[in-house]
Design a binder for this molecule. Structure first.
Ligand SMILES: C[S@@+](CC[C@H](N)C(=O)[O-])C[C@H]1O[C@@H](n2cnc3c(N)ncnc32)[C@H](O)[C@@H]1O
Length: 328
């Protein structure tokens, strides 16, 4: 193991030293490396990662933008390397002085969530972390360590790119699905699942798995799409939804409340409901493909091209009440 992987191994071991045995961490790292190296673009990404210039590594948040690494020499070569990791979806980011205008204004989502949280000294699991943008926001808000997981190799590589500039902070990202993580990776103070639930064929299994990762009394932060309506119902999304594949139905707020209680959560609260706008999710120079604007029906405001209600997202807080099945 060399380079960014060696650094990940070192910082992950430190982050999990109190809660997991060394064999578990070794297994996690091996699964992470295997998952990434099977991808057809892995060698190309590795070459671009290796071509990134050495920088003075640091990071901070500036008005919602993750700013990482001090500016180096000429920007052209750096921009070419950074563009090889397109599409950049979650941000905004500024890496060594290069502004990456990501598809999502993820800072707007964080602004809706963060007022409801105290992450001071908390150990956090971020499920479906994307490139790990939110992990930096969590650390900035006082979290002790963030372990993220995401099965999409490009996003995990983008996280390694960001760490190249930010340095070896306690924001880790494993190339794994939640359901493939060992059950012993548990006992977190807070677990986030943002933008994942509607991609799961069995949402209650996902919620139950999230609950098992929490310590007794720990907090789930769930962010997910909902359907309009007061009754406890599931809106079927048989083909695509807003251009997305693999959306397995949208619950109403009432149904999602029931799912959370069924999965062993108490004190369930929906703290925000916001319609997604084409200002928050859009094509940019760094995500030059179709985005939300192309998924909405121009002739029918409030509806998608599939004839379904346009995306509205909710934020939920809930407490784990059932004892976890296992711990490290
Ligand atoms: C819509 S994105 C949301 C990213 C980020 N959490 C956010 O809110 O902007 C969903 C992410 O979940 C990841 N994902 C999909 N299935 C997953 C699973 N079973 N376990 C963990 N992550 C998953 C995808 O790779 C993708 O990066």
């Amino acid at each position: 193991m060399a380079g960014p992987d060696a650094e990940l191994a070192q910082t992950l071991r430190a982050a999990l030293a109190q809660t997991c045995n060394p064999e578990t961490v070794d297994d996690l790292l091996a699964a992470h490396s295997n998952h990434l190296s099977r991808h057809g673009d892995f060698s190309r990404w590795q070459n671009h990662l290796a071509g990134l210039p050495p920088v003075h590594r640091d990071w901070h948040i500036d008005g919602g933008t993750l700013v990482a690494g001090r500016r180096v020499g000429k920007a052209e070569a750096l921009i070419e390397h950074l563009r090889s990791f397109i599409p950049w979806r979650k941000g905004p980011l500024r890496l060594a002085g290069v502004n990456i205008d990501t598809e999502w204004r993820s800072d707007w989502k964080w602004d809706r969530i963060s007022p409801h949280l105290d992450l001071t000294a908390k150990r956090v699991l971020d499920v479906g972390a994307g490139n790990g943008y939110f992990g930096w926001r969590m650390l900035d808000q006082g979290a002790e360590a963030v372990i993220g997981c995401d099965p999409t190799p490009l996003f995990v590589i983008q996280h390694a790119v960001i760490r190249h500039f930010a340095g070896p902070a306690a924001n880790h990202l494993l190339a794994q699905r939640l359901e493939d993580l060992p059950q012993t990776l548990a006992d977190f103070d807070a677990v986030f699942s943002m933008g994942v639930l509607y991609h799961r064929r069995r949402p209650i299994d996902h919620l139950t798995d999230l609950r098992k990762r929490l310590k007794q009394g720990g907090t789930l932060i769930l962010e997910t799409l909902v359907a309009p309506g007061d009754a406890a119902q599931l809106l079927p999304t048989p083909d695509r939804y807003a251009g997305m594949r693999n959306v397995h139905g949208l619950p109403t707020v009432a149904l999602l409340h029931q799912w959370l209680e069924q999965s062993g959560f108490s004190t369930v609260r929906c703290v925000d409901r916001t319609a997604t706008t084409i200002e928050e999710q859009r094509s940019t120079d760094w995500m030059p493909y179709h985005s939300l604007a192309q998924a909405l029906d121009p002739a029918r405001p409030g509806w998608t091209v599939e004839g379904l209600p346009a995306p509205a997202r909710t934020v939920w807080l809930a407490r784990s009440v059932s004892p976890p099945d296992s711990a490290c």
